[in-house]
Design a protein around this ligand. Structure first.
Ligand SMILES: [Zn+2]
Length: 163
């Protein structure tokens, strides 16, 4: 029940719910929950809140460090803490998009060019590489598979999805 609640709350972010309120609801569960799976759901859902969850980073680091927690909970906490930190840094630096291949910040021009050509977010350097390879189906498929691995651009996409 708690687990369902945690994932449902996470979903709310996608529908444009107030991320501050969502963070308030998730933070206690991310820190400690009756079931490790609930905790993992809450932690993962916090990632969707991006920079709004920056005050949770210290707690997530503690969760990741604590050997009493399940390995998958610790791993999720470490990954999400990194993700939230990067989202916060991006907000401070005004970075809106990141290359899904090499993770560098992508300018608006690069964003538009790669979105139009590939419906993906690439920096100019990766754009050229992917473009050269796109005549080869296998390489393009590889590039697209990479995009499925939770990349920063995807996270940013989730975060901005409710616009
Ligand atoms: Zn790149």
């Amino acid at each position: 029940m708690q687990r369902l609640a945690a994932s449902a709350i996470g979903k709310l972010v996608e529908f444009g719910a107030d991320t501050g309120a969502v963070v308030d609801a998730l933070a206690p569960l991310a820190r400690q929950a009756r079931h490790p799976q609930t905790q993992q759901y809450a932690i993962r859902a916090l990632k969707k809140c991006g920079a709004a969850a920056r005050l949770c980073v210290a707690d997530l680091r503690d969760v990741a460090r604590n050997p009493a927690n399940r390995d998958y909970v610790r791993a999720a906490a470490a990954t999400v803490a990194d993700a939230i930190e990067q989202a916060s840094a991006d907000v401070e630096q005004g970075v809106k998009h990141r290359c899904q291949r090499c993770n560098v910040a992508v300018s608006q021009g690069e964003f538009e060019r790669s979105s139009q050509a590939f419906q993906r977010i690439y920096c100019d350097r990766c754009f050229d590489e992917v473009f050269l390879q796109s005549s080869n189906c296998l390489d393009l498929r590889l590039a697209l598979t990479n995009s499925a691995i939770g990349s920063w651009s995807t996270i940013k996409g989730d975060e901005n999805g409710g616009r």
